[in-house]
Design a binder for this molecule. Structure first.
Ligand code: ADP
Ligand code: ZN
Length: 220
C-alpha cells in the first residue's frame, strides 16, 4: 500500500501522515524530516540541502529523488509506505510512478489536505516544535516563552528556521507553482482523496481515515 499526502505547508500534512501511517501499520517517509535530520547531523546530505531549505525552495530533484527512491527500495518488503512531502513536482511524480511500476506496485491513494491561505500563514508563524518529540504546538511568541516546555514530554520548544514570515511566503509560492498542479495529475488517475484540513487534529484524522474507507475502530 502506497499513500501520498499532499497539501500546502501548514496544512497539517506531517501530523496526519504520521498518524495514518501508525494506524495502518505503514512506514512514514518524509523528505523534510530526512533532510532536517541530515542538517542536524552535519553530514554530506545535510550540507547539500541546507541552503535550499533555509530559502524555502525545493532541494534539487537529483538529490531528492535519489534519497527517497533509495529509502522506498529499502522498504520494499514491508506493508507499504505513507509518503509525506514527496512528490512535490511533476518530475518527482513521474520518477515515483516509474520506480513503483518496476516493482509491479503503484500509488493507491493521494490524500490532499485543504486549508485556506490565511489560516496557513497564521498556523506557520505561530508554530513551535518540541526538540525532543517533535510535537507541534500552535502558540504565539509570548506564550511559547512562558510555556517553554512540551506538555507531552517536557522537552524545550523551538521554531523551525524556515517558519519565519519571508520563508513561509516563499514556501507557499513554491507549493502553488510546483506542487499544486500534481492534484490534477492524480485526479486524472482517480487516486485523489480530498479532505478538509481545518478543525482539530482528531477531527481531521477521523475524516482522512473515513475517506480512505477505514472507519471501523473506536471512533465515535
Ligand atoms: P513543509 O511542508 O512545512 O514546507 P517539509 O518538512 O515537508 O515542510 O519540507 C521542508 C523543506 O524541505 C522544503 O521547504 C524543501 O526545501 C525541502 N523538501 C521537502 N520535501 C521536498 C521534496 N519532495 N523535494 C524537494 N525539496 C523538498
Ligand atoms: Zn515533546
Amino acid at each position: 500500500m502506497y499513500i501520498v499526502f499532499m497539501g500546502p505547508p501548514g496544512a497539517g500534512k506531517g501530523t496526519q501522515a504520521e498518524r495514518v501511517a501508525e494506524e495502518l501499520g505503514l512506514e512514514h517517509v518524509a523528505p523534510g524530516d530526512l533532510f532536517r535530520q541530515a542538517v542536524k547531523q552535519g553530514d554530506r546530505l545535510g550540507a547539500e540541502v541546507k541552503a535550499f531549505m533555509e530559502q524555502g525552495i525545493l532541494v534539487p530533484d537529483n538529490i531528492t529523488i535519489k534519497v527517497i527512491l533509495e529509502r522506498l527500495l529499502s522498504q520494499a518488503g514491508g506493508e507499504g509506505v505513507v509518503l509525506d512531502g514527496f512528490p512535490r513536482n511533476y518530475n518527482q511524480a513521474v520518477a515515483l510512478d516509474e520506480a513503483l511500476e518496476q516493482q509491479n506496485k503503484s500509488i493507491d491513494w493521494v490524500v490532499n489536505i485543504q486549508v485556506s491561505q490565511p489560516e496557513l500563514v497564521r498556523r506557520l508563524s505561530s508554530r513551535w516544535l518540541c526538540r525532543e518529540c517533535q510535537a507541534p504546538y500552535s502558540v504565539d511568541g509570548r506564550e511559547a516563552e512562558a510555556v517553554r516546555q512540551c506538555p507531552a514530554c517536557g522537552g524545550g520548544l523551538y521554531q523551525r528556521p524556515d517558519d519565519n514570515p519571508e520563508t513561509v511566503t516563499r514556501r507557499l509560492q513554491v507549493y502553488f507553482a510546483e506542487t499544486e498542479p500534481l492534484i490534477d495529475y492524480y485526479r486524472q488517475q482517480n487516486k485523489l482523496v480530498e479532505v478538509e484540513g481545518e478543525g482539530g487534529v482528531e477531527e481531521v484524522a477521523g475524516r482522512i481515515i473515513r475517506a480512505l474507507g477505514y472507519d471501523g475502530g473506536d471512533n465515535n
